[in-house]
Ligand binder design. Sequence first.
Ligand code: IVH
Length: 671
Amino acid sequence: MSPEEAKQRIGSLSSELKQHNYNYFVLAMPTISDFDFDKKLEELNALEKQFPEFAEPDSPTKRVGGDITKEFVTVKHRWPMLSLGNTYNAQELLDFDQRIRKAIGDNFEYVCELKFDGLSISLTYQGGNLLRAVTRGDGIQGDDVTTNVRTINTIPKKLHPSDYPDEFEIRGEVFMHLKAFERLNAERLENGEPPYANPRNFASGTLKMQDSGEVARRPLDCYLYFLYTEKLLFKTHWESLQAVKSWGFQTNEHSRIYSNLDGVLEFISLWDKKRFGLSYDIDGIVIKVNSYAQQAELGFTAKSPRWAIAYKFKAEQVETELLSVTYQVGRTGAVTPVANLKPVQLAGTTVKRATLHNADEIEKRLKLHEHDWVYVEKGGEIIPKIISVNLEKRKDRANPIYYIIACPSCGTTLERKEGEAAFYCPNEEGCPPQIVGKMQHFIGRKAMNIDGLGNETIEALYQKNLINKISDIYDLHLHSDQLKQLDRFGEKSINNMLDGIEKSKQMPFEKVLFGLGIRYVGETVAKKLAAYFKNVDSLGAATPEELNAVEEIGDRIAVSVNDYFSNEKHKAEIEKLKIQGLQFVSEEKEVTLASESLSGKTFIISGVFAKYSRDELTNIIEQNGGKIVSSISAKLNYLVAGDNMGPAKLEKAQKLNIPIISDEELLGMIG
Ligand code: IVH
């Protein structure tokens, strides 16, 4: 390679890798596989060695990677948080083993651990109390995310007395279980929000949220794997793992000690298969020299310890042909591109389609052309993903693929909302898949669950011009003659359907509210809103501020709900549904009071609490005769305040001289 070419290649690789680092660490939305990233980093490293004069001072080869997000307080790590070198095959591990033997001889042990695919966290304890939790950031300094980490149940906030030092740091990995990931992602889809690509991104996005209430709703977990103390307390890593476990930390039960590389290789091949049976994602195995003295002897390179290495499992990849790109319009109008592929076997299933996410993925990242050959991978993601294009197989005159500009269904020009990657069809009332999708959502299992009426029937009834909006479903009984003319629709099916529709009028308000399909109002949010506002009139009249006062209702939901009820057509539809007999008032639950000690008193709960969720505190207040109210006024009796409470609320309460109490004080009031 000529110096000129090398200079150019170093420049382009550096900026590409910096962008990937940014996507990974800051946006938590990587667009490249770890494997490809490492290959590019290796290439850059080799070129920089050959042409050091062209290496950029802040080259990705010199940085641990990562960046710090702006919203959190930055904390410098007492001990830098390094990353690990990666290996992908037995030969690379053998080289690692050889390097170690050369430095410290043959008498040593390895500890093998699962490599959890989450994000690393550093916890500081003082006097047995969790003092601080900081993300890795750039390895030197990270974000203080203590309030969010306090919501993780398996991280102890207070340790039972034991022989731990007064101050120490412990590091581990925060992650999300696959079950929770699937459940919460399905909820996001239902609410018209973009789903996360994998549990790691979900966990990372969650830990960096500003709203700890929302963090608490998204269950995270944590395995601890490294202890830092001022004075060395143990001789080996293994001993320290046993100790931290006895102090109350969660360590992983699958870690093992081996006296040579054969054992390590066995552990690796065992988990390469068994990993699919775990309830969380792992992306490899971490191998650490056990003895601390030997670790010290081996030392560090600029980026990582010499005494540890990661073995990364390879995500299975296959090559196949792109047949076409089609577009799906969801009930919220979001238009999602899908790659249709020549069917191919991958990780035990036949893959025919892959997600393309959005316009940028097609035009900017992959620069897809018609009939490209693409590499498909099924990693932590549920839906396969196109990793890259095999440019060698691209036909000479292949046309580039451009994301569509008009709705594939109704032809309306698509719009992109500021700050969002997705394009939307704005023709809410005239675009068939949106109209049908909204009605299908309404009758769905989690919403009105109407017996005798399924998605296909909704489609058929729409095609026959019998229904166009939810309230039309409740007028179907007026069209029995037309119903009889529908294909494959006998009298019995018609009666079943009409019965089901009639019965659905008894479904509780929260189900109706969820069924309306208001953007960002999923099942949980609908429940909260119904319980809090009690009826649709109060909900519809609520200002964004009043909506915001409800637990877990953030700005985005508040604005969306307010917008929905400001629309005249929506108001008319709700009035019609009311007349048709649907439930728009919450059923009053009979509460048996535990005591009357809070009777006549009003409360607002705000912030995050270490021991209780806000729901639990609400129950405690209500069961003892107290009442939760929506907004701070001079009439309010108490503000129960936890961590991270909004400053505006606090200021207002202070101005009005409202007593601000803790959860402990609240409990004190009821004895
Ligand atoms: S030890 C200095 N052990 O992998 C060594 N790391 O690429 C510190 N990880 O930043 C790391 N599971 O986020 C260690 N059992 C494990 C791990 C683990 C996952 C992550 C961690 C680290 C990255 C290194």
